[in-house]
Design a protein around this ligand. Structure first.
Ligand SMILES: *Cc1c(COP(=O)(O)O)cnc(C)c1O
Length: 403
């Protein structure tokens, strides 16, 4: 017996294997050098043996790379791996998470189409819809995330997409993705889920019935706060349009970043399990503290959608928020008293981060809008990293001591 392999795709035998195996091996390609790690193709173009070869590649008659804005082998390996992990037919990588969202709407919507967006989405996502897509004649309305009847009632004959983040940031609200997909499909609309907070390790929206998944790979897929990137995954029918837009408009992923993300995916499940375990420990501990008025984390039994989170997700995620005594002053004093945790709005990093949403990520909202969104002045958000949980608890105790 021998392990015969040719240069090229190595993952043809992965039918039926588990998530952890796909995370390490899906999308793997090998050059004749026999490298075990993924090769990094830092090249902008590809050469042809003859003018006729070039013509055949350009026309698409012969498959292959032409130019790295169109395809790149390292980027393709990342795309194939993430498609396998999401259970999607196809995925395409983008320069950032925002470029992923831009590409979905630009490729699937036209002037006169209507899009429904959950109220609590990422700040730049709201700006993209409000300031730019509206300018090109795309109608946009916002719906409270969790209320299925509200979504159903807001769908119009020209509604093309429903766009949600579940769980939401920073209050960890959820929507029943399978039920929302049914509502969208009954009226001929597509459901798009931003799966950045859960990653496919914790939640697979396509398997729940969603049509398209977008990611900021900048967060947990990199997992160490170093590279920007994004992904769109879904059915080939829609992905064909998204790929076409990306190739033409150009917000594609660099091969270096794709190579980093391939490394990130190999440890994704292990990391997410550690993030979730520490987040749950800290959420349960914070809930017991006198200075803390409320903790928002779907892993807590006190969370109104705890049962849905258990059904829909394989873990509760790394992001939790809590309200402290003393309003904004209390929250700022708490944050400033920490020594280990980084004061930054980023998340999905091995380093734990702490932020005051009301004056950072949600600072541009009018006080009334903030109130409606449930972002109190006393609210603090942490994105739990991979440090020892006892050290994180001791750091948060410094904050509690100055309330
Ligand atoms: C960070 C983030 C984005 C945007 O991703 P970038 O990589 O920063 O462009 C989109 N959605 C969510 C939920 C995010 O957290």
């Amino acid at each position: 017996m021998s392990q015969d392999w040719d240069a090229g795709r190595l993952d043809s035998d992965l039918e039926g294997v588990a998530f952890d195996t796909l995370a390490v091996r899906a999308g793997q390609h090998r050059t004749p050098e026999g490298e075990h790690g993924d090769a990094m193709f830092l090249t902008s173009s590809y050469v042809f043996r003859t003018a006729a070869d070039a013509a055949a590649r350009f026309s698409g008659e012969v498959a292959g790379n032409v130019y790295s804005r169109y395809t790149n082998p390292t980027v393709r390996a990342f795309e194939e791996r993430i498609a396998a992990l999401e259970g999607a037919e196809q995925a395409v990588a983008t320069a950032t998470g925002m470029a992923a969202i831009l590409s979905v709407v630009m490729s699937l919507c036209s002037a006169g189409d209507h899009v429904l967006v959950s109220r609590s989405v990422f700040g730049s996502t709201i700006s993209l819809f409000e300031k730019y897509f509206k300018r090109f004649g795309v109608e946009v309305d916002y719906v409270p995330l969790a209320e299925l009847a509200g979504w159903d009632a807001a769908i119009k004959p020209n509604t093309k997409l429903l766009f949600v983040e579940s769980p939401s940031n920073p209050l960890a609200e959820l929507v029943d993705i399978a039920a929302l997909a049914d509502i969208a499909h009954a009226k001929g609309a597509l459901l798009v889920v931003d799966n950045c907070f859960c990653t496919p390790a914790l939640q697979q929206p396509v398997r729940l019935g969603a049509d398209i998944v977008v990611h900021s790979a900048t967060k947990f897929i990199d997992g160490q706060g170093r590279c920007m990137g994004g992904v769109v995954a879904g059915r080939s029918e829609q992905m064909k349009e998204v790929v076409g837009f990306l190739r033409t408009a150009g917000p594609t992923l660099s091969p270096f970043n794709a190579w980093i993300f391939l490394k990130g995916l190999e440890t994704l499940n292990l990391r997410m399990r550690a993030h979730c375990a520490s987040a749950l420990t800290l959420a349960q501990w914070l809930e017991q503290q006198d200075g803390v008025e409320k903790v928002h984390y779907a892993g807590l039994e006190s969370h109104p959608q705890h049962a849905l989170a258990q059904r829909q997700q394989r873990g509760f995620g790394a992001v939790l928020s809590f309200e402290v005594k003393g309003g904004k002053e209390g929250a700022w004093r708490f944050i400033d008293a920490t020594r280990l945790i980084s004061i930054t709005a980023n998340l999905g990093d091995s380093k734990t981060t702490i932020t005051h949403p009301a004056t950072t990520s949600h600072g541009r909202l009018a006080p009334k809008e903030r109130e409606a969104a449930g972002i109190r002045d006393s609210l603090i958000r942490i994105a739990v990293g991979l440090e020892d949980v006892a050290d994180l608890q001791a750091d948060l105790a410094r904050g509690l001591a100055v309330l």
